[in-house]
Each structure stands twice: as structure tokens, then as C-alpha cells.
Write a protein that binds this ligand. Structure first.
Ligand code: FAD
Ligand code: DLZ
Ligand code: SF4
Length: 508
């Protein structure tokens, strides 16, 4: 059995029926995976340390695990190379794998049987609740792939928060009660943190030595790297944060980057936590009166709704989705994406936090960095590679549709019914960032005005041909057309002046 770095689950389909007396498990740290983008140091360290701990877990169950470390002189550097060597050393009768989560690796898997000359059985990844084929069936013949309808099917299918055939509380979605701004709260509990053990410390040294120029620092490492610790993080979330999860879901605070978010995506994505078990845990908190329905429904929707839907979209659209670019945007990423060094307090906060923790929550990713990237016309492929590099939870199957479809609208609206574009007013309403900003959010144009204001209208104006027929933007285009020409010109001028500075790499 060949187990990959995001397959660290005892329930993995490739391990189903495995017999410690005769089966051998192969796991390998390889340069190909560690360098297809310049991953954040914390992301590489999390995956390698969790892999090493999982290999120990398997050994404790009596399995013979062949583990190749990244710095071993024999390491061939690729999954295919390591599999070939293992097959030539051990002469197994067959190889069993669980399908890779990413298109790139699944393509390679498809070549293995011919390459190594023995049967390779590729099993479905049943940690996802909706298989690729079930999603294709759901999508077939629909005019629009609205997440909400997919989510309702998933509720019926799992029975989560269901009362017979009806949704608990009489409604499927309680978002109307969510999404409020937040106030600083010194008494907000702290998320679970874990001190690195010897195995993790070895990995941290390896990562600093091997990837000295990658973004971030391993000094901040406090992730769980074992199932037991990830489960502790999940318990802490459900007890301390879930009750307030919905309310502050869209809020952003300078001094509190995590608010009531789960900080569990990295553990779910590498297999340390089971998504369905986590949802059942959240449901139990509701049944036992420990968390309100709006919070629990909101959390469960993110996992059985958004997470599964995003994966379905990825497999519908690959290959080629990564090159979507409906707006033909081609501006390179500004240098501050790697340093946080910009006068825009919101962008600076989110990027600095990303460098520090390899984490930002959904609205920070969508409405600050993503929104800025789309309004400024940054090349969506470069934006995608940035997201894939900097977040510890970033695997292409989940990152790509979120970036290309949801945040950049680069697929022309296959996924989102309208672009998530917003002026400074939205950021000001949902955060305290504007209080400490060199720009004035209430000013619309000019040197001191919040750049998001002019960029927003410039984006609307320059993409009229693509967006003006979108009925969800009818009001926006009607406002733009009713503006007097001087005002429209001053928006265009302010945006152009900002983008010129950006192009000249001046500090903005
Ligand atoms: P919470 O906000 O507490 O949500 C709970 C869980 O719901 C998450 O752990 C996650 O498993 C799931 N979830 C919520 N929203 C989504 C979503 N849109 N897609 C998939 N799962 C979701 N998520 C990733 O896991 N990897 C990525 O690379 C990634 N890239 C993103 C890029 C952009 C531009 C955007 C807008 C979103 C991206 N997301 C990504 C989705 C979401 O932002 C993260 O899942 C979330 O911020 C993780 O933090 P959390 O565990 O505190 O989540
Ligand atoms: C992301 C990643 C990294 C950085 N390193 C490894 C590795 O050395 N070995 C491994 O098995 N997996 C790694 N991964 C995760 C893989 O990229 C992931 O399993 C594939 O993308 C399949 O989806
Ligand atoms: Fe961001 Fe504009 Fe607010 Fe500054 S004023 S923090 S740039 S939204």
C-alpha cells in the first residue's frame, strides 16, 4: 500500500483489509511534492511531521512501514521513482493506493501500472462524502450549480440536523442570523496549540535547512501532528468556539486573527480528522444544548456543503481550470504579497498574519486579498499559485475552485453567480482595519482615498462587456450609469494612478 501525505487516516480505503503479517506500507517525503510551488515552511513542516507520526501509528499496529525521508541520499525525489524502487526491492504482487486528491498526482498514478509492470489498484477516497461521480450526476443537466441545493441533498443524505425529511428548526440555512461585525474580546478563549516534540523538531530543522528562502518561519510551529492532538483541537473548538461560530464568521479584527473559526481545515485535509465525525460532534453539541442551531448549521454547511461542493467542481473542471481568465487579467503579483509591506492596513494585516501562521480565515482570503487581486487585475494563475503556497490547508482540489471560481470569478461565473467584488465600505463594516489605515475609507477618489473605492468602480467599468448582463449586477451598473461623467472620470483617474504606482513597484 502506498500512502500519500494527505492520506493520514486509519480508515483510508487503501488500508481497508490490510494485513500487518504480509502487507508493506510505503510512505515517502519527496522533493517533487515539496517544491511544485514554494510552499510556506509551516505547511511543509506540518505535512512531513504528520506523515512521520502516522508512520509510527501504523508501526504500532504491527505494520512494516517503508518510510523514505526527504534528506535520505537515496531519495529519487518523486512518488513514481520511490514506488519503482520499492517494487524492485520488495517484489510485491500488486500495489494498492487511494486515488490522489489532486489531478496532477492522479495522472501520475494512472501511469504506474504500465511503469512498474504489476497491477495497481486505485481505490475511491471514501473520506469524501460525495464521490466525483455522484457529483457529476448531481451536476448533469442543471442550469446552475447552486451550492445551497447540493447542500440540502447532503443534509438529507447524511441525516445531519434533520427531522425526518425536514431540516431541524424548519429552515435549511440560518445565515440571516450570522455575519455580524465583532468587537475585541479579551476573554475570548485561545485555540489549541501544541509544542513540537522531537520528531517535529527534527522536521523543523530539515525544513529550515532545505527551504531557507520559502515564506514564513518554523519558529511559529504549533500545529497538531497526531490524530489525538487534532482531536483535542476539535474538542476545544466545539466546546469553546462553536457556540459563537456563526455570529462572527465574516468579521475581521486586527488583534484577533482567529476569532471563532475552527482552525481545523489543515487537519481535515491531511486526514487527521474525519469530516463526517466532526460534523456529528458539532450536531451533538446542538442536541445537548451546548451550541445554538445557527452556529452548528453554519459550521456543518461549510463542511458537508462548501467543502464537498468545491471538490466536485474541481473534478468537473480539471484539467485546464487553472488557466481560466475571463477578464484577461495579467498584472504580476506585487512584492507586498510576500512581505505584507503595504499602506493598505487590511491587506497588510491579512498578509502578515498569513506569513506568521500560514492561516487566514475565509473572509480575509475572499474579501481582502482575493477582492484586491481581482479589482487590481492581478493574473489569476499567479494568484492561484500564491494561495497554493502560503496556506497550510492548501491542496489544489480545494484551493483552485476557491481562488479561480469563487474569489477571482476567472471562470466567468461557472461557480459564483456574481463576482465577490467590494469597495472599502464592506471592509470597514466587517473589520476594524480602517481605523489604523493611512487611507481614508470615506474618501472616494484622490491620493488619500481608500484604493478599494476607485478600484471597485474601475473594475466594474472596464469589465462592462462581461458583467453588465449579469442580473445580480443590474443595480450596480445602473448606479454607475447614473453617475455624472466627472465623477466616473475621477474614479478612473484614481484607479489608474494607483495601478501605475503598483506597476512601478512604488509603495502603495
Ligand atoms: P472555518 O471557517 O472554521 O470553517 C470550518 C470548515 O469548513 C473548514 O475547516 C473547512 O474544512 C470548511 N470550509 C469552509 N469554507 C470552505 C470552502 N470555501 N471550501 C472548502 N472548505 C471550506 N480551504 C482549504 O481547506 N484550503 C484552501 O487552500 C483554501 N483556499 C481558499 C482560498 C480562497 C480565496 C478562499 C475564499 C477560501 C479558501 N478556502 C480554502 C476555504 C476556507 O477559507 C478555509 O477552509 C477556512 O478558512 C479554513 O479555516 P477554518 O478551519 O478556521 O475554517
Ligand atoms: C504537500 C505535500 C508535501 C509538501 N510533501 C509531501 C511529501 O513529501 N510526501 C507526500 O506523500 N505528500 C506530500 N505532500 C502532499 C501531496 O502533495 C499530496 O498527497 C498530493 O498532492 C496528493 O493529493
Ligand atoms: Fe483597507 Fe481601505 Fe480600510 Fe485601508 S481604508 S484598511 S485600504 S479598506
Amino acid at each position: 500500500m502506498f500512502v500519500l501525505g494527505d492520506q493520514l487516516s486509519p480508515s483510508l480505503s487503501s488500508l481497508d483489509g490490510a494485513d500487518p503479517a504480509q502487507d508493506v506500507i510505503l510512505m515517502c517525503e519527496v522533493m517533487e511534492e515539496a517544491s511544485y510551488v514554494h510552499h510556506h515552511k509551516l505547511k511543509i513542516a506540518l505535512i512531513l511531521s504528520a506523515m512521520r507520526h502516522f508512520s509510527e501509528e501504523l508501526r504500532e499496529q504491527g505494520f512494516d512501514v517503508h518510510y523514505m525521508s526527504l534528506d535520505s541520499p537515496d531519495n529519487s525525489g518523486s512518488f513514481t521513482g520511490e514506488l519503482k524502487r520499492a517494487v524492485s526491492d520488495m517484489k510485491p504482487q500488486r500495489v494498492i493506493v487511494t486515488e490522489a486528491a489532486e489531478w496532477r498526482v492522479l495522472q501520475a498514478m494512472g501511469t504506474w501500472e504500465v511503469g512498474i509492470g504489476i497491477p495497481v489498484e486505485i481505490r475511491v477516497d471514501n473520506r469524501f462524502l460525495c464521490s466525483k461521480f455522484e457529483f457529476q450526476d448531481w451536476a448533469r443537466g442543471r442550469r446552475s450549480l447552486t451550492m445551497e441545493y447540493f447542500y440540502r441533498d447532503m443534509r438529507r443524505r447524511t441525516g445531519l440536523l434533520m427531522n425526518g425529511n425536514n431540516p431541524e428548526g424548519g429552515r435549511w440555512n440560518f445565515d440571516a442570523e450570522n455575519r455580524k461585525p465583532a468587537k475585541p474580546d479579551l476573554f475570548r478563549p485561545k485555540h489549541a496549540k501544541f509544542d513540537p516534540d522531537k520528531t517535529t523538531r527534527d522536521v523543523l530543522n530539515l525544513v529550515e535547512r532545505t527551504f531557507p528562502k520559502n515564506i514564513g518561519s518554523t519558529a511559529n510551529f504549533s500545529f497538531a501532528v497526531t490524530r489525538a492532538d487534532a482531536e483535542e483541537a476539535a474538542r476545544t473548538f466545539v466546546k469553546e468556539f462553536l457556540p459563537n461560530f456563526g455570529e462572527t464568521q465574516d468579521a475581521m479584527l486586527s488583534e484577533d486573527p482567529f476569532l471563532n473559526h475552527a482552525l481545523l481545515s489543515f487537519y481535515i485535509n491531511i486526514g487527521l480528522l474525519d469530516p463526517l465525525a466532526l460534523c456529528r460532534q458539532a450536531e451533538r453539541a446542538y442536541i445537548e444544548g451546548e451550541a445554538p442551531l445557527n452556529a452548528v448549521e453554519g459550521f456543518i454547511r461549510q463542511i458537508i456543503g462548501w467543502r464537498e461542493y468545491i471538490r466536485g467542481i474541481y473534478w468537473l473542471k480539471m484539467p485546464g481550470y487553472e488557466h481560466s481568465n475571463v477578464f484577461k487579467a495579467d498584472r504580476p503579483l506585487p512584492g507586498f504579497f510576500w512581505s505584507g509591506d503595504t499602506n493598505m492596513a487590511c491587506v497588510s494585516q491579512v498578509i502578515t498574519q498569513t506569513i506568521d501562521y500560514a492561516y487566514a480565515h475565509h473572509i480575509q482570503r475572499l474579501m481582502v486579498v482575493g477582492n484586491f487581486s481581482m479589482l487590481a487585475g492581478l493574473d489569476p494563475h499567479a494568484v492561484h499559485e500564491w494561495y497554493l503556497s502560503v496556506y497550510a490547508d492548501a491542496f489544489e482540489w480545494v484551493e483552485l475552485p476557491n481562488v479561480i471560481g469563487m474569489s477571482q470569478f476567472a471562470d466567468g461565473g461557472f461557480m459564483a453567480s456574481k463576482p465577490y467584488a467590494a469597495s472599502g465600505a464592506y471592509i470597514s463594516r466587517m473589520s476594524d482595519y480602517c481605523d489604523g489605515c493611512r487611507y481614508d475609507v470615506s474618501k472616494k477618489t484622490g491620493e488619500d482615498a481608500c484604493p478599494f473605492n476607485a478600484l471597485y468602480w474601475d473594475f466594474i467599468d472596464r469589465n462592462t462587456a462581461i458583467l453588465s448582463k449579469n442580473h445580480r449586477l443590474a443595480q450596480v451598473y445602473s448606479t454607475w450609469r447614473r453617475m455624472d461623467e466627472d465623477k466616473r472620470q475621477s474614479y478612473r483617474k484614481s484607479a489608474s494612478s494607483f495601478l501605475t504606482k503598483l506597476g512601478r513597484r512604488e509603495r502603495v
